[in-house]
Design a protein around this ligand. Structure first.
Ligand code: AMP
Ligand code: MG
Length: 498
């Protein structure tokens, strides 16, 4: 069978970002690779995007996913941005190993970026090779899809292909390209790029573009730049609260890794916590725990303050006035975060009403978990069983090194539930919908990546993806996927792979 040229089978790409001034990006095509091979195609996402999965899986489609063939209408670019990395500012970062092919309008009418990550050097590569290794590509695939299934806003993986070429890290590793789908790839660091250059025109153009693309309801605001800042603060407060509620640690919350759309972006040395400890850090490059689990809300505010600073020239002509307005927006963040955080924990604990003592109830549970090194995910999953039937209290107690430490908490919680009333089965069902049984535990992710990279065995990767696609369902056939690591399985560090 001969395939029609891609113009007939793929909808035309759009390139609204490439209509912005030339200094926003560099125009270049992805670098050719030797022997592209499809490792995984996200067929459901392809359909959502209006892209034919059968075509994407064809030889011609795989050429596109590997960067060997630019699809009809696409104007490939590498985006320019700056960013604070671990607190230090780099005025010039940019897509050093990614190419934005363009945008498609999905089935719901949403504009989505299609980006190749690992597609070769760009003018922004600095000393990097522009490439990605298979392990980190599959890690981003797994975690992004897991986050999506957990209903957390995220960029997603459309495909992973190997290139047939090695990339040199500590050793030679199989090279790969990830096709990443995002609401957009505009970051806090994109605003910083123009701010540091005192490029007010660029800032204005970017602000207008972002409002039009992501938040058109703000276009008529009295001060659109402030409205945008407030909206991004709202989105990030909500997003980071959602991370906290599933034990997610981003690992590299640099300002270039914070998306203006409110999606989670850039899964490098990220991880889900097993035993509850707010000081948990996995990233091998985070020596001082800047991006530890419990530090994420504060870092969120730090990053948003950098966004506010970048926006000052477009907020008001008078600098002092602009600072005052921006400061007020930033000052609202802790309250917004706390509200989202406590609302989320009320749901996790089966509480439908609001009582003043709820934050203390949440904190007491955290303290008990921390003192007993209880597994975060299993604690909440067994609490939902206990909500349905107090006999299951035994399951909760078994997770705590010192069961007495949780007994008094359980008694307080039961008292709180009694005041609230309602039927236990309904409460358990509501709790089931927000307390996952399955998260991408580090040891499972590592096992799946090792099998794929070391042995070319994709079965564990596929099986893990399948389990993580239904995180809230009981899946009695795979009990081992619910369990924390045995001592010899514990993963202590995760790596960027860059
Ligand atoms: P990340 O830590 O992945 O968020 O990347 C931070 C910056 O380093 C971005 O500008 C990336 O484009 C760049 N970068 C990361 N890895 C590479 C690589 N292998 N080659 C070129 N640039 C890279
Ligand atoms: Mg990044």
């Amino acid at each position: 069978m001969t395939l029609a040229p891609d113009a007939d089978v793929l909808p035309p790409f759009e390139n609204s970002y490439a209509r912005l001034p030339e200094r926003f990006y560099a125009r270049l095509a992805p670098t050719q690779v030797r022997a592209p091979r499809l490792v995984k195609l996200n067929e459901g996402l392809a359909r959502e995007l209006g892209l034919d999965p059968a075509y994407l899986a064809s030889a011609e489609g795989v050429e596109i996913l590997a960067g060997n063939r630019v699809p009809g209408g696409a104007e490939p670019i590498a985006m320019a941005y700056a960013g604070h990395q671990f607190g230090g500012f780099s005025p010039q970062l940019g897509d050093g190993r990614a190419i934005l092919l363009g945008e498609v309008i999905d089935r719901k009418g949403q504009r989505r970026d299609i980006q190749l990550k690992g597609s070769g050097p760009t003018p922004f590569s600095r000393r990097g090779d522009g490439r990605a290794a298979l392990g980190p590509v599959l890690r981003e695939y797994i975690i992004g899809e897991a986050m999506h299934a957990l209903a957390i806003p995220t960029t997603r993986a459309l495909a992973a292909v190997t290139t047939g070429e090695d990339v040199m890290r500590e050793k030679a590793l199989p090279g790969a390209v990830l096709t990443r789908v995002a609401a957009s790839h505009i970051r806090v660091g994109t605003f910083q790029f123009f701010a540091v250059r005192r490029d007010e025109e660029g800032l204005r153009a970017l602000t207008d573009y972002v409002i039009q693309r992501h938040y058109p309801d703000l276009a008529g605001s009295e001060n659109p730049a402030v409205a945008l800042l407030v909206r991004v603060i709202d989105k990030q407060a909500e997003l980071i609260a959602r991370w906290m509620l599933v034990g997610f640690i981003h690992g590299v919350m640099n300002t270039d890794n914070m998306a203006i759309s409110g999606e989670t972006i850039d899964y490098g040395p990220c991880a889900f916590m097993d035993t509850y400890d707010p000081a948990t850090v996995y990233s091998s490059i985070d020596e001082h725990g800047r991006y530890a689990y419990g530090n994420q809300p504060v870092i969120g505010q730090w990053n948003l303050t950098r966004l506010a600073e970048a926006l000052l020239p477009v907020i008001a002509e008078d600098r002092e006035k602009a600072v005052e307005i921006a400061q007020e927006a930033i000052n609202a963040y802790p309250g917004k975060f706390e509200a989202a955080f406590i609302a989320g924990y009320r749901q996790k604990l089966g509480l439908f009403t609001i009582e003043d003592g709820d934050p203390a109830l949440v904190r007491a549970l955290m303290d008990a978990m921390a003192a007993s090194k209880a597994d975060y995910t299993l604690t909440f999953r067994s609490l939902l069983e206990a909500a349905g039937d107090p006999v299951a209290d035994a399951k909760v107690r078994a997770l705590f090194g010192d069961p007495a430490a949780i007994d008094s908490w359980l008694a307080t919680w039961r008292g709180r539930l009694a005041r609230e009333g309602g039927d236990p089965a309904g409460r358990a069902a509501a709790m089931r919908a927000v307390n996952p049984a399955f998260i991408p535990r580090n040891h499972l992710v590592d096992e799946a990546l090792a099998a794929a990279v070391d042995n070319g065995d994709l079965a564990p990767f596929e099986k893990l993806l399948g389990v993580l696609a239904r995180p809230f369902d009981d899946q009695p056939d795979v009990p081992e996927y619910m369990l924390p690591p045995r001592p010899e399985q514990v993963v202590r560090a995760t790596f960027c792979g860059t």
